[in-house]
Write a protein that binds this ligand. Sequence first.
Ligand SMILES: Cc1cc2nc3c(=O)[nH]c(=O)nc-3n(C[C@H](O)[C@H](O)[C@H](O)COP(=O)(O)O)c2cc1C
Length: 196
Amino acid sequence: MLKEPEKIDLDVFDAIAHLPPAPVLLVASGNKEEDWNVTTVGMFNVFSMFPVVVGVGVKTSRNIYRLLADSDDFTINVPQSNLIKAVEICGKESGLKKNKFKEAGITPVKGLRVKSPIIKECWLNMECKKLSSAKKTHAEKVAAVHSGEIDIGDHTWFLAQVAHTEIWTNYDRSKSLLYWDGEYRLADKLVKGKEE
Ligand SMILES: Cc1cc2nc3c(=O)[nH]c(=O)nc-3n(C[C@H](O)[C@H](O)[C@H](O)COP(=O)(O)O)c2cc1C
């Protein structure tokens, strides 16, 4: 007979680290081209489906925090595994005094509906308008989130509606990077398909 697995107490930080992996994203922002910069972000969530409201959690110490706070918009760009170096650079270096696009070898391109740039080399781009600058909707009123910024602990959540999305025609979403407790992985193992 198989023995039942035993359970032990776990430190809360270890428990967080043991959660399943989440996407790692490149978030870009800036009202003017000379201000544009980019940072690696793992704290991402979808807060509403109708309307679509997404959010990124950023520490106030980050340069991107200043850009996000001063801008009406930002972009969420999904990197594939070939961009791992860029993800590491944007997740380590400060954009305070340097253009991280140049340093990471990625190309900012003017967004269609936002002032912030999208990243050419990422397979999926989402142009996001902070809730404060979007027209208030019923869902926003119900959520009582009018400012588009919520301070929670050491992270501020910037909430936004998605104004425009772009995707490669030949994408393979399973090649997107996932971040898990200091390691990068791919989500390419299918356990059960839609039709199975
Ligand atoms: C995989 C990964 C995920 C990260 N996720 C976040 C995050 O969700 N929020 C955050 O504030 N910083 C996050 N960071 C840290 C910032 O990307 C890092 O401090 C960066 O250098 C900040 O740059 P900036 O000062 O130019 O904004 C992450 C770093 C890595 C490598």
